[in-house]
Design a protein around this ligand. Structure first.
Ligand SMILES: [Zn+2]
Length: 101
């Protein structure tokens, strides 16, 4: 006898609530900001800590720029807003969860 999900009433093995919540939780925010001396950087926020280092490395490689991953966000040197979404999508992130500001 399968357990029933309290949320949707379906047996737990076919219930999608948890997966939906997970997807909902992943919202990635991409924006540019000016650093000291007027240097523009692109910030990528909202990645899980397990994914950060790997994703930062891929972004730097694909965008051919420098950058760092720290405190829940990635800082990329230069303005890469136009390209970050495409690169993240290729890495397996859902494009509809990526907000480019
Ligand atoms: Zn459910």
């Amino acid at each position: 006898m399968a357990d029933i999900c309290p949320k949707c009433g379906l047996p737990l093995d076919i219930c999608a609530c948890e997966a939906l919540e997970k997807e909902e939780a992943v919202r990635i925010k991409v924006y540019t900001t000016k650093m000291k001396f007027g240097k523009l950087v692109t910030i990528v926020e909202g990645l899980s800590s397990e994914d950060m280092a790997k994703t930062a490395k891929e972004l730097k490689r694909k965008l051919a720029c420098g950058g760092t991953a720290k405190d829940n966000h990635i800082v990329l040197q230069g303005d890469h807003k136009a390209k970050v979404r495409g690169v993240l999508a290729k890495l397996g992130y859902n494009e509809k969860n990526i907000d480019v500001w």
